[in-house]
Design a protein around this ligand. Structure first.
Ligand SMILES: [Zn+2]
Length: 285
């Protein structure tokens, strides 16, 4: 059955790039509402459905909206937690253009939702079942595909020059147990030179070692080190789960990704939905 959150929930933090305080209010919503974001700092802003066709920017994060004046960036970590909680309908009110980054993972979103629980609604859930393999590759060897599978399965490979990361691979069916243990705590990561550059152009004003992993050559600058084995690739899996949930419902298919990011996650959904023979929307209780 479709589900929404059991009651209202508030989470606050700062945006990673803007450094602006951002307050989130998650509100229960009616059947077939979907995941809908609303900017409460704008007067009467048109609500934005968190669907792949509303994605307007994929640089460093997934950003949905209509234009620069009405958009919300970095939705993917919350989307990932909503996916695993099987929440179909929710209104996400946000007081800033950017979601709170918190520790750069999905942990807080997941915990808060687990604490309040979900309400079952009186209509079957929808799923998008992949019927035919679709794939996209670019000239740099980055490749992504979706193919038929009875579960939501992800195979993700990353390769970084830093020896502390190197080649990492995740392969498995995405279920609640693996998500809670191995994916939700995985933080976003970047290299120190990227931090220095982004700061120089006025970004990551809210960024610190508190809200992500920073790599400097072959070392990690965070005093506690990594929280989870293969934290970097598992964070990419966290992002991919959130991005795939912009399909508008859960995907039944296998995602295979090699060195890709938000741009490719969005592109593979656009490719899937471009041809009606690639997929089928099914209802399951
Ligand atoms: Zn991320």
């Amino acid at each position: 059955m479709q589900q929404t959150i059991a009651k209202e929930l508030e989470i606050e933090g700062v945006g990673l790039h803007s450094g602006i305080k951002s307050i989130l209010k998650l509100k229960p919503a009616k059947i077939n509402t979907g995941i809908v974001f609303v900017r409460t700092d704008l007067n009467g802003a048109k609500p934005i459905s968190a669907t792949y066709d509303n994605v307007i920017d994929t640089k460093n994060c997934t950003c949905i909206g209509y234009d620069k004046s009405n958009m919300v960036s970095t939705i993917e970590h919350l989307m990932s937690a909503l996916y695993i909680m099987q929440i179909d309908n929710v209104i996400v009110e946000v007081s800033a253009p950017e979601m709170p980054i918190i520790d750069g993972s999905a942990q807080t979103f997941l915990q808060k939702m687990q604490e309040i629980g979900v309400t079952k609604q009186n209509t079957p859930r929808k799923y998008v079942k992949v019927l035919k393999k679709v794939d996209v590759a670019d000239d740099k060897g980055n490749a992504i595909s979706l193919e038929p599978s009875d579960d939501f399965h992800i195979n993700f490979v990353i390769e970084f020059p830093s020896k502390i990361v190197g080649r990492q691979e995740f392969d498995g069916i995405i279920d609640q147990e693996i998500f809670v243990k191995e994916i939700a705590p995985c933080r976003t990561f970047c290299e120190k030179y990227q931090v220095d550059y982004l700061r120089s152009i006025g970004l990551i004003k809210g960024g610190s070692l508190e809200n992500g992993v920073v790599l400097d050559g072959d070392t990690i600058l965070n005093p506690g080190g990594f929280k989870v084995k293969n934290e970097c690739v598992n964070h990419k899996v966290l992002d991919a789960i959130g991005d795939m949930y912009t399909a508008g419902c859960s995907v039944l298919g296998k995602l295979t990704a090699n060195k890709t990011g938000h741009y490719h996650n969005n592109l593979i959904l656009k490719t899937l939905f471009a041809d009606k023979t690639n997929y089928q929307i099914i209802e399951k209780e």
